[in-house]
Design a protein around this ligand. Structure first.
Ligand SMILES: [Zn+2]
Length: 225
């Protein structure tokens, strides 16, 4: 597995699609990508854009994002709740803390917007993120956010697809296909035909690639470390 390419300047500045890098056609708001300001410090959020077609996969996640486990050291005991409710708990715990200005604005944008996409994009490959907060004279604290089911988006995507062998054709040729357990249907190509693979490993590679793409979407902007 290769490391995704870093986002380009055009992508970070909202001039190119956050998924495919293209600059033509309609580009719609696509939440935020994040790049670290300095090691161990809070991340910069960039308002990014994308082609509606390229972003379609993200919407599935936003409508069914599952549970989160959240905590704010010293201010919020660990709690598990549905995604949006969990983010509200965190926001209520931190909103009145004496955060330095830029962190206060950042947390407001991240947690106070009612959208889950920005947090989705922050979660790392373990489905977790820790955000250190500087409270000035009151010291520091850490916001901890973790997916309730412990699965990363890539793992959840891999679990969704299963490889199976199709019945042999009249000429005795056997093919492989991939079933989407969410719909119960075999995966089809752009022409609406069942996607056939001549080998089991070909079908497995397609499935692995879906997991890889899902993992790429859940990385913090796909930023190189
Ligand atoms: Zn695109």
């Amino acid at each position: 597995m290769t490391t995704p390419a870093p986002l380009t300047s055009a992508q970070l500045h909202g001039l190119a699609c956050i998924r495919c890098g293209g600059q033509d056609g309609e580009l719609a708001p696509a939440g935020h990508a994040y790049t670290p300001s300095a090691p161990g410090r809070i991340l910069y959020g960039w308002a990014v854009v994308g082609h509606p077609d390229c972003l379609r996969g993200d919407d599935d996640v936003e409508t069914n994002p599952g549970d989160l486990r959240v905590a704010v050291d010293g201010y919020l005991e660990p709690a598990t709740a549905p995604f949006t409710a969990a983010l509200t708990l965190v926001w209520q715990a931190v909103r009145d803390l004496p955060m330095v200005d830029y962190q206060g604005r950042y947390m407001h944008r991240l947690l106070g917007s009612g959208s889950t996409l920005a947090v989705e994009q922050l979660l790392d490959e373990r489905g977790a993120v820790e955000l250190p907060l500087d409270l000035g004279a009151a010291g520091t604290t850490t916001v901890r956010i973790q997916r309730g089911d412990g699965l990363t988006r890539a793992q959840r995507t891999l679990a969704r697809y299963t490889v199976e062998q199709l019945p042999p054709s009249p000429r005795g040729v056997s093919h492989w296909a991939v079933r989407d357990t969410q719909t119960g249907e075999l995966v089809r190509d752009d022409d609406g035909e069942v996607r056939r693979f001549s080998t089991e490993s070909g079908a497995s590679e397609w499935r692995q690639r879906q997991g890889y793409l899902a993992g790429y979407r859940s990385m913090p902007g796909g930023v190189a470390r």
